[in-house]
Design a protein around this ligand. Structure first.
Ligand code: NAD
Length: 296
């Protein structure tokens, strides 16, 4: 079987267009535009680049965005205080603390300091807990984006065996929870694998839907995938490539060619899951402004 490609750029554009329409309608109804505030600690170039792409996406859909820049010497108390001010600012709907933080700061503590009603990344324990309880919440953007891809391509999930490789708080764990809940959008039988999983292939080969979020180029090869499986590759890895302008290219966690030979659907890297993450952040910010999850 030769897999069909899941086009994340197309689906992300559709999500962003819908958000842009909804923002216009919201503003036409007399409300101020939604506002996202990004907190950046230090000046890590990769973080700056991610923030730029988020603020650009905001501008495209009519969401206002600001960046609060704090020095990498900021103390935990000062950072919590800055977050508290944003919590109390009526003009701010969504708050996002760009990770990673310098080593002297705890991401967990900062995330917990965010008002969960403004936690558009969906990382706050209140939102994670409500996800587990199958209650309305802000859902972590990458797994929410993957759920949207499956929905867009009408790929059935109910009753399927979904295997998630990778168990991080940001991607793997919320993905597995989302797919496994029996009352909302999941309804799959779900297995979660991580670095302590023995005989990974025994699990991956059993997957109807295989989601890989590890960060190791080529971890999943064709022989580890069931014929006809749906494969979602979340990984973003740099591999040296002298023919590329930048001297490297981006690849996922799957060995694309051998996996595509067996799968029925596959996401490319780049152009698969990546564009969905920012699109879902736009959606969450709109939901926060409208009070759709937590009424104001
Ligand atoms: P992480 O490092 O926090 O977690 C990696 C997970 O993989 C861990 O649970 C670990 O136990 C597991 N793991 C490591 N080696 C393994 C192995 N050999 N077999 C099975 N499991 C193994 O990473 P993360 O933040 O979840 O990100 C994972 C990848 O997804 C990275 O490449 C990251 O760049 C990418 N990512 C992409 C997006 C996007 O928008 N496309 C968003 C977030 C992360």
């Amino acid at each position: 079987m030769k897999a069909r490609q899941i086009d994340g750029r197309e689906v992300a554009a559709a999500v962003r267009a819908e958000v842009a329409d909804d923002v216009q309608e919201w503003v036409r109804a007399g409300h101020r535009p939604p506002r996202l505030e990004v907190v950046q600690v230090g000046s890590d170039p990769a973080s700056s680049s991610y923030i730029r792409s988020k603020t650009r996406a905001c501008a495209e859909v009519g969401i206002e965005a600001g960046t609060m820049k704090l020095p990498d010497t900021v103390s935990a108390r000062e950072l919590r205080e800055a977050v508290r001010r944003l919590n109390e600012d009526e003009g701010v709907d969504g708050i996002l603390v760009q990770l990673p933080l310098p080593p002297h700061l705890s991401a967990h503590d900062v995330i917990e300091a965010i008002d969960h009603r403004k936690d558009v990344d969906g990382f706050h324990p209140m939102n994670v807990g409500r996800l587990v309880l199958d209650q309305p919440c802000f859902r972590s953007c990458t797994p929410a984006g993957i759920r949207e891809l499956l929905r867009y391509y009408e790929i059935p999930v109910k009753g399927k065996h979904a295997v998630v490789v990778g168990a991080s708080n940001i991607v793997g764990s919320p993905m597995a929870v989302m797919l496994s809940r029996e009352n909302s959008a999941g309804k799959a039988t779900t297995t979660i694998c991580h670095k302590f999983t023995r005989d990974l292939t025994r699990h991956t080969i059993a997957a109807d839907i295989l989601i890989v979020a590890v960060g190791q180029a080529g971890l999943i090869r064709g022989e580890m995938v069931r014929e006809g499986a749906v494969v979602i590759d979340v990984g973003i890895n740099r591999v040296a490539d002298e023919s590329a302008d930048r001297g490297y290219r981006l690849v996922g966690d799957c060995d694309y060619d051998s996996v595509a030979d067996r799968a029925s659907w596959i996401t490319p890297v780049p152009g698969g899951v990546g564009p969905m993450t920012v699109a879902m952040l736009m959606k969450n910010t709109l939901l926060a402004a409208r009070g759709s999850i937590y009424p104001r």
